[in-house]
Design a protein around this ligand. Structure first.
Ligand SMILES: Cc1cc2nc3c(=O)[nH]c(=O)nc-3n(C[C@H](O)[C@H](O)[C@H](O)COP(=O)(O)OP(=O)(O)OC[C@H]3O[C@@H](n4cnc5c(N)ncnc54)[C@H](O)[C@@H]3O)c2cc1C
Length: 374
């Protein structure tokens, strides 16, 4: 998602781009079941995807706008956000990650200054002050002013550039469960915090939804081993009654890992998206931060005009993006720590906090604007 968005934006700014991809996503057809990997795409990310030229194609496939968001631990202590509070038509869209990739790939194909090489892997990287040079697995070589590492959390390019990463594994894993719902398509996403981890609902296009169940790794392993009908019983016990009637259609599980690259660049190699940072997904901010990286990098290059290849741009990029990414990572960790703790007065304090947050008026709007990037 991040690499394809970068390619489209830079090509539209008049630069020649070569995209190296190890595996293209499967093409879309409407009868396909919903993918497990979905993202809550914020209003700011939608603007970026529109600018990149990929959003119309996403809408033509499938997505689900959401207008309301609710979060609580104890009933009656709820924080509610509504697009109407900000005068927005919606807070964002829930979209399958693959469809965002496909929307952007279609746009890339229409841009003559983007060339895609796939399937391929980079096996070597060297650079001097002026150029970076890559060797691909078929032995061919490429030379470029910039190498943009958008190859995800386990970025090979980051390793080849010799950039280290700090890493923290949360004591919770997360299970994604796709459901068919008895209710019509919904416009609300909600999350309940429980002592063993949050339980969340994300609406998907049609009568579909995605459930997110955070719990300790052993419990997630147990749940993964259940058949669909036993899993449905477990969900009925663990999720709030507002979920209504449903049937499980798919499931998968993920370890939750926070990573932050020690540097966002090494010479002419620049990291964007998950290659630079991953966060706890409890507020659905991961790829939205990645898209903020893309916006920042493309604006820096655009603003530099003829001097778009000057090395100092990479350190300016890091100075702009690291504090924002760190703030979001730390915010998610604060939530994780506060809501994973059952000690002393903390449960009462955090529930009062949620009620106060709901009544915080301008502050609440400010927090929402920050999360949505508007
Ligand atoms: C359970 C879970 C739920 C999440 N929910 C949300 C959410 O609601 N909202 C949100 O914003 N974020 C969410 N995220 C985070 C989001 O999924 C990631 O931030 C996002 O996928 C990162 O995008 P990316 O393009 O940087 O990397 P990736 O999506 O990992 O893409 C990397 C690309 O690089 C390619 N590649 C990898 N290695 C190589 C190589 N060696 N050579 C060539 N190509 C290569 C891959 O094929 C892929 O196309 C969630 C994450 C998890 C784990």
């Amino acid at each position: 998602m991040v690499g394809a968005a970068t390619a489209c934006l830079l090509a539209r700014q008049g630069l020649d781009v070569v995209v190296l991809e190890s595996a293209l996503p499967e093409p879309f057809s409407p009868e396909q079941p919903m993918d497990l990997r979905v993202s809550a795409i914020s209003a700011a990310s939608i603007k970026l995807l529109q600018k990149a030229g990929g959003w119309e194609a996403v809408l033509a496939m499938r997505s689900c706008p959401y207008r309301r968001l609710e979060t609580w631990e104890w009933d009656g202590f709820t924080t509610r956000f509504d697009a109407a509070q900000l005068g927005l038509p919606e807070l964002g869209h829930i979209v399958e990650n693959r469809l965002i990739q496909l929307g952007l790939l279609a746009q890339m194909e229409s841009l003559p200054s983007v060339r895609t090489i796939t399937p391929t892997n980079v096996v070597a990287l060297e650079q001097d002050q002026h150029y970076a040079r890559l060797t691909l697995d078929d032995g061919s070589r490429l030379q470029a002013r910039w190498v943009l590492a958008c190859d995800g959390a386990e970025s090979k390019t980051r390793q080849l550039a010799g950039i280290g990463v700090s890493r923290f594994e949360y004591r919770q894993h997360c299970m994604l469960i796709n459901i068919d719902s008895d209710d019509e398509q919904q416009d609300i996403t909600w999350q309940q915090f429980t002592p063993s981890g949050p339980r969340a609902f994300l609406p998907l296009a049609g009568r579909h939804g995605s459930l997110v169940w955070y719990d300790n790794p052993a419990r997630i392993r147990e749940l993964m081993a259940l058949d669909h009908s036993s899993l449905e019983q477990a969900i009925l016990r663990a999720f709030p009654a507002r979920l209504g009637g449903f049937r499980v259609t798919g499931r998968g599980s993920f370890a939750l890992v926070r990573r932050h690259a020690n540097h966002y660049h090494a010479g002419r190699v620049v990291l964007l998206g998950d290659a630079a940072h991953t966060i706890n997904p409890l507020a659905g901010q991961g790829v939205n931060l990645g898209f903020r990286d893309v916006a920042c990098w493309s604006e820096l290059l655009h603003g530099a005009g003829e001097r778009w290849h000057e090395l100092t741009l990479a350190s300016r990029y890091e100075r702009k993006r690291r504090p924002d990414n760190l703030l979001m990572q730390s915010g998610m960790d604060l939530f994780y720590a506060a809501f994973s703790n059952r000690l002393g007065p903390l449960p009462v304090l955090r529930n009062l906090g949620l009620t106060l947050a709901d009544k915080a008026g301008p502050l609440k709007s400010l927090a929402l604007r920050y999360a949505l990037g508007v």
